[in-house]
Design a protein around this ligand. Sequence first.
Ligand code: GLN
Length: 484
Amino acid sequence: MSELPASVTDAAALLRRGETTSAELTEIALTEAHRDTFNTWLLVADEHARGQARAADERIKKGDASLLVGIPWACKDIIGTKGIETTAASKILKGYVPPYSATVVERLDEAGAVMIGKTNLDEFAMGSSNENSAFGAVQNPWDTTRVPGGSSGGSAVAVAAGEAMFGLGTDTGGSIRQPGALTGVAAMKPTYGRVSRFGVVAFASSLDQVGPFAQTVEDCAIVCEALFGKDPNDATTMPLQRENLRRDLDKGVKGMRIGVPKEFFIPGMEKDVERAVRDALRWYEKEGAELVDVSLSLTDHGLAVYYIIQPAEASSNLARYDGVRFGLRVEGKDLLDTYRRTRGEGFGAEVKRRMIIGTYALSAGYYDAYYVKAQKVRTLIKAEFDAAFAKCDAIVTPTSPTVAFKIGQKVDDPLAMYLNDVFTLPGNIAGLPGISIPCGFSQDRLPIGLQIMANSFQEATMFRVAAAFENATNYHDMRPQVAA
Ligand code: GLN
C-alpha cells in the first residue's frame, strides 16, 4: 500500500481482514507528514504514533472490531496532549508540555486511534486563513499560493492531502467548517455541550467546540461517536445517552423540509459559490425534499455580536499567560514588567488586537453598552433559529462566501478577513451543529463547501442530509494533485 485508504470505514475493513496493519497505515501517514510541504505540521510524533500503532495491532489481533482502532489522525495543536508539546501556534506557549491530555484525546486513545502529530493553526485559533500562526502560514494543497482557511488549517490540509485519515479541529466561529470548505473535505462542528473542552486551550468558552475533519460524512459521524458525551471535567457537557449517529445515513431526504435563509445569499458572495449551492438545493428538491424559506434576518448582526462576545471571553481566558504559569517568560525589572515583556513578546498582533477589543468591551461603563447588548442580540439570534427549526429539519447554506483566497490578500484588512465567517458563526452564537461538505468547484478548480445545520443535538439529522448529497455526488472523491 502506498497511500492511505479513502475512508476510515475502508481502512477499518482492511484492518479487520488482515490486509493491512495499523503499523503500515501509520508509516504511510508519517512518511506523508514528513514529506509535507504545506507547513501543515508543527510536530510529528513518530515514536508516539508507532507505539500506539503497535498497541492497536495487538487489539485487532485479539478481535477488537471498533472502527477507530489503528487509524492515524491529526491533532490541532490547540488540543493538549500529555507529554507532547502543545503551543496553540503561539510563541507564548512554545515549549509547553501538558501534564495531561484533553478528554477528546483520551477518548481517541481509548478507541485505539493513532495520533500522528500536532497541526498548525492560527495563533490561539484566531483567524480564518492560518496566516496568524507564529510558525508560518499553511498553504492550500489545491493551490499553494492560497490559504487553506482557518483557524484549523493544518488539520484540514492533513486530511485533504492524504497525510492522516481524520483530524480534530476546534470551531469558535467557523474554524472547522470554513477550512473544510476551502480544502474540500467534510468538516463538522457539534452542538455546544456535546464535546468536552477539558484540556483544550480555551479561546471563547461560550462558543468553542471540538470536531472532526474527514474524507466522508460517515467518518465524521464515527469520530463524533467516540468524542460525544458527558465529561465530569467540563460542566458544559450534556449527560446524554450514547447515540448511533449513523443510523439515518442511508435514509435519503424524501419528505424532509430543508430551510433556505435568503440572508445567506449576499451580494459579496462569489458567483461560483452561489451557483454550486443553488445546484445542491435543486438536487435536494429533486430528491423529494421540500425547500422552505426561513428568515434569519439577524445574520448580519452575527458578525457584530461575535466580535464583542468572542474577544471579551478571549481577553479573560488569555489573562492566564503571565510568564509564570505556562511557557514563555521574559524577565523584567519587577513583576509587572515581567508580565508586560512576556505578553508583549509572546503574543502576535491579532491576539493582541482581540485582547484589547475584549478588555474595552468588558470595561466599566462599556460593559452594558457592548457586552450585555451583544448577549441580548445573541438571544434574539437563537430565537430566530428556534422559529426556523419549527418549519424545517435542516438548514442548507454556503459554508463560506468565497473559495480559498490568496495568501496575503486579506491580512491588512481585518474586516474583510472577519467576513469569511459570516455564514458559520451564527451556528456558534446559537450553539447549533453544522457540517461543511464539498459541493463543487470554482472555475479555478478550488473546492466549494455546502453547510448543513440542524437543531441542537440533532446531529443524526444533519449527517443524514449531508450523506444523502455525498452518496449522490463524487466531489468528496476528488483530491488535490499533491506533488510528491
Ligand atoms: N475566524 C474566526 C475568528 O477569527 C473563527 C475562529 C475560530 O472558529 N476559532 O475568530
